[in-house]
Design a protein around this ligand. Structure first.
Ligand code: ADE
Length: 303
């Protein structure tokens, strides 16, 4: 892109829109080519202004934009980067990294479950990214395999920060509701929702760690740990910690007991007793991981 183009406000006419990549409650994501730069491919998230206003989603779109802007400056490999935004009369547009490998959930469905070495490498990438997000004071609040994409090298990228909590909106909620500095409205997806959000309408950094525990279980087993016939049943299972590995004596001749123990230390009802990311990194499962060597985490088995 020339410097002249960079200073001009962009519009949808600057892009060739290709196939739809996915859609959320108020947005649709498309693969696009930038007309001004050869072979430059992005994902554009298109949010209908009328729909956002009608459905009262202005807050979520603002959160997503602020959070992605804050995270984009650091350029972490595990986060879908926001390049810029623009709008026209009808829509808001977010120009994002295109993750050509699609959703991690699709890959998991295709494979059935992941091997322990794939699970380990994917878990390392998620831990490194979540630690980074938390270091910026942000709670994602909707971590799940649909919100994790794969780039062309098979590396993971977390997306969809529409329900994130930043220090700013946490503060606002605190002012609004005179509550603790934690967020307190139901967001997220039933199967990955933390017990503290369900039972006391509170979520904190530990709620993302709960979701990570559910995701690690799902890597190994192919399905999330808590899944009822409907949302209510799923919630009941979460609140009573009713999942396959919740038994000190649970063992399987197919699964390394170290992984089972790790998940048992993450899926703990009391968020204060839940494993922290710092302690998780010291767990036996990650013994061979050099956390200070980003190349090791981000290239790993892919090289
Ligand atoms: N689906 C949703 N967001 C996407 C992105 N940024 N890249 C590829 N597929 C997506």
């Amino acid at each position: 892109m020339s410097s002249k183009n960079l200073t001009r406000k962009r519009s949808p006419h600057d892009f060739v829109f290709k196939q739809e990549l996915g859609h959320g409650s108020y947005s649709t994501v498309y693969k696009v080519f930038d007309k001004h730069s050869v072979n430059h491919v992005y994902a554009i998230k298109v949010c209908s202004k009328a729909h956002i206003i009608k459905e009262n989603k202005v807050k979520y779109v603002t959160i997503e934009k602020n959070t992605l802007n804050l995270l984009a400056r650091a350029c972490h490999p595990g986060i879908v980067r926001l390049y810029y935004t623009f709008h026209d009369e009808e829509n808001l547009y977010f120009v994002l990294d295109y993750a050509s490998g699609g959703e991690l959930l699709q890959l998991l469905h295709k494979m059935g479950r992941f091997s322990e070495s794939w699970s380990l490498h994917f878990s390392c990438q998620l831990i490194d990214t979540i630690e980074f997000i938390h270091s910026k004071g942000i709670i994602h609040r909707d971590l799940k395999p649909e919100n994790v994409l794969l780039n062309r090298f098979g590396r993971l990228m977390i997306t969809d920060f529409g329900t994130a909590a930043t220090p700013l909106n946490q503060q606002k909620q605190e002012d609004d509701q005179n509550e603790s500095p934690r967020c307190s409205s139901f967001v997220g997806t039933a199967e990955y929702v933390s017990p503290e959000l369900l039972l006391s309408n509170q979520c904190d950094f530990a709620s993302d760690i709960w979701a990570l525990g559910c995701i690690i279980f799902q890597f190994i087993m192919g399905v999330p740990p808590f899944r009822g016939k409907n949302e209510l049943q799923t919630f009941e299972k979460i609140a009573s910690l009713d999942y396959l590995w919740n038994n000190q004596h649970y063992s399987s001749n197919k699964i390394d007991p170290v992984i089972i123990k790790l998940v048992q230390k993450i899926l703990v009802l009391n968020p204060q007793e839940r494993l922290t990311l710092t302690n998780m990194k010291k767990d036996e499962w990650f013994d061979k991981v050099d956390w200070n060597n980003k190349d090791h985490i981000w290239r790993g088995i892919w090289q």
